[in-house]
Design a protein around this ligand. Structure first.
Ligand code: NAP
Length: 289
């Protein structure tokens, strides 16, 4: 079995495959340095078959770690306890080592997007009408979070309709007051639903590559007056351009990245974190992507 030797001054890491592109160390180390911990956050490429070995090394050497693609679901069986919301979303992005040495998994993706949406559009979850594109780990964490925090409706759209129908049915069981429906991007109801939406969230991976198709027909945005567009990808995408071209508010995924990272650090340290230092470091790290 592979063994991981982690530098002695690392207390936290992000794992993924690939992970070279991750801006989390820049952002987290800005905060950790300001708080007197130095550059205590690293990144480690972990292949799927190495997860068990990594977790053993983490138990010995780390105080916590973040998980990015593709391990957010695969990590679950290696943990001692998982927060109920992360279990429902089947997605963990933050692991905390407790004083007794046990590993506790949770997700800060939901609180990350909530804070980003509040900051960008001044919208709180309660009473929101949301159109959500995508049904992967990020979208599931987002749907679960907004459902728990009082959203009025979620119109949940995904290419693979069986998957989103199943997820929506399970969310409806847990949150009977939520008005929820599942659809494909070609669903004829989408035009009307978008007219009633406060928030449209793009949580598919479409837009990462230049030749990606659009997640839905952007002409459906014509004539919209109030919907704000939240992208999870942290650079300008056709989704963002489609909103801005029509004079609608829109924000990229940097805010979510910042706030999910800040929320992880708060959980690890138990103190408020220097958010503006993290934001500046993230902006610097993202300047050239
Ligand atoms: P994931 O689990 O792999 O899910 C991918 C989603 O994209 C699925 O809904 C999938 O639909 C859809 N999709 C992929 N290719 C498609 C295509 N060709 N046509 C239509 N739909 C397609 O990914 P994830 O972890 O949820 O991440 C989703 C996005 O969120 C990524 O872009 C990621 O960068 C972003 N993210 C950002 C942050 C942040 O902090 N800013 C945090 C987490 C994630 P099917 O179900 O039909 O396959």
């Amino acid at each position: 079995m592979t063994s991981f030797s982690l530098p002695a001054d690392w207390r936290y890491v992000v794992i993924g495959d690939p992970v070279e592109h991750s801006k989390s160390p820049a952002m987290q180390n800005a905060a950790l340095s300001a708080l007197g911990y130095g550059n205590a956050y690293g990144k480690v490429r972990v292949r799927a078959e190495e997860l068990g070995a990594f977790v053993e090394a983490a138990r010995q050497n780390l105080a916590g770690f973040n998980i990015t693609v593709p391990h957010k679901t695969a990590i679950l069986p290696f943990l001692d306890e998982v927060a109920p919301d992360a279990l429902h979303a089947n997605s963990v992005n933050t692991v905390i080592k407790r004083p007794d040495g046990s590993l506790y998994g949770t997700s800060t993706d939901g609180i990350g997007i909530e804070r980003a949406v509040r900051e960008a559009f001044n919208l709180v979850p309660k009473g929101l009408n949301i159109v959500l594109f995508g049904a992967g780990g990020a979208a599931q964490a987002i749907a679960d979070h907004y459902a728990r925090h009082g959203a009025h409706s979620i119109f949940w759209v995904n290419r693979t309709q069986d998957k989103v129908a199943d997820l929506a049915a399970r969310l409806a069981t847990r949150h009977p007051k939520l008005a929820i429906d599942a659809a494909s991007p070609a669903d004829p109801r989408l035009r009307t639903i978008l007219r009633e939406a406060d928030l449209v969230i793009q949580a598919t991976s479409l837009g990462l590559k230049v030749d990606d198709p659009a997640p839905f027909d952007f002409s459906l945005l014509d004539g919209l007056e109030r919907a704000a567009g939240m992208e999870t990808i942290y650079r300008t995408t056709p989704f963002l351009n489609a909103f801005r071209k029509r004079g609608l508010h829109a924000a990229d995924g940097r805010g979510m990245l910042l706030h999910q990272g800040a929320a992880s650090l708060e959980l690890w340290l138990g103190v408020p974190v220097p958010l503006e230092k993290m934001r500046n470091a993230l902006e610097d790290a993202l300047c050239c992507v």
